[in-house]
Design a binder for this molecule. Sequence first.
Ligand code: ADP
Ligand code: MG
Length: 464
Amino acid sequence: MGIEIYDNPKEFWKAVLGQVELKMSPMVFKSVITRINIGDLSDTQIEVICEDEFVKKNLENKYIKTVNEAIQRIAGKKLKVIIKVGHTKNPSANNHEFGPLFSSEQKTEVLLEEKRHKGNISPNFTFSNFIAGKSNNLAYAIATAVSEKPGELYNPVFIYSGVGLGKTHLLHAIGNRILETKPGMKVIYTTGEAFMNELIESIQSGGGKGKYSTNQFRNKFRKADVFLIDDVQFIIGKQSTQEEFFHTFNALYMAQKQIVITSDRPPKEFSHIEERITSRFSSGIIADIQAPDVEMRTAILRTKRDLSGDIISNEVLNLIAEKVFTNTRELEGAYLQVVTYAKANGLNLTKEVATKVLGRNIKEAPTKNINVNDILKAVCTYYAVKTQDVKGKRRTKEIVVPRQVAMYLIKEVTDMPFMSIGDFLGGRDHTTIMYGVEKIEGEIAHTGKIAQDVVNVKQLIFAD
Ligand code: ADP
Ligand code: MG
């Protein structure tokens, strides 16, 4: 390659796009890649400029490898890639101008993806992968009904259950359904904790000068047509947070916007939230979700298998459904562990293999007497961090993940109360521990990496 390619960024980028286009679906290419442009180019580095945060996130999370490879190929060597957001001198494509190559379905899908992103809605949880049954019939019926007529039938909707029984899934399913069928509506999903943190951030950045003012905060939530708030029990602490939530709630409610709230307990069992707020929670309709029975558990696992294409027999599915009865998240976690274990070890997934993997999970099974220190030690060894850091205050990712894995494993293996786990891990509040445990449970249900970490740490803990 001659030097001249670095003098002509536009041509260079065109060549890169040519490579990238071969490797991905036209839809992704159109919705993400054409909204990226080239900035400065030298023979050591390339600046890649994304139209907005949405594009940048997508690029970083999903497509950077493909783009890197194409750059390397065209440059003939590795270049340092710097990703930015901003305007470019040579715009290559306009975001909503779709070429004639795109069907109307594809256009809709692209726009939908953006709306989901803005409203914090995960495409993974829909009504089509949600199993309705005895334990969640009422909640399911209400959720589908309000998706048809948001704000008109039941308001607010309050759904409660123990962990891992499908509350978050239902909220996203409502969001997805409404975005698909009522494109004009603005849907926002948030959690009690995120709401609180965002409010605090907006107050701290203060006076309109900071990057996020309280007015912006208010506008964001009060402009929603559908407000989905998950785990409302985490709106805790200061009076002012509750006050703000109360006002948001009222503003939406008065404007007949649909509000759906979830929690780990019914409204009357809130002791730390003002009564005038909890009585609003009860003013619409309330539904609870129970743990699924064995038939429902089997149905959930079969759907999961059929959607994922994993190879696993009905016999093994039945075994998992019988053994794991606590909640759906643990059920999915067990499924994932069994599948991952068999894959990692190149084994046929027989009943014996499944029994072995599940056996390690079941609480009465440990052959040695395991205490919290053993667990913490195993976590620290695995992640190569220090115990005092895990117990300490630092909040960098390198330390937060091991800390939450420790919370999760201590809870799972010893079933120690949240409060005591908090004491043990450096005097943390029990809600922090609950949150950490839930977080890891969620990760186990959805991603390979942390699920695999947990399996590996467990092997360390139970190694003789
Ligand atoms: P919660 O918010 O109540 O703690 P989640 O909604 O996170 O529970 O559910 C935990 C996991 O179980 C998720 O992966 C979810 O998709 C799955 N799940 C829960 N209930 C069902 C159901 N009825 N059908 C299919 N999957 C379910
Ligand atoms: Mg949840």
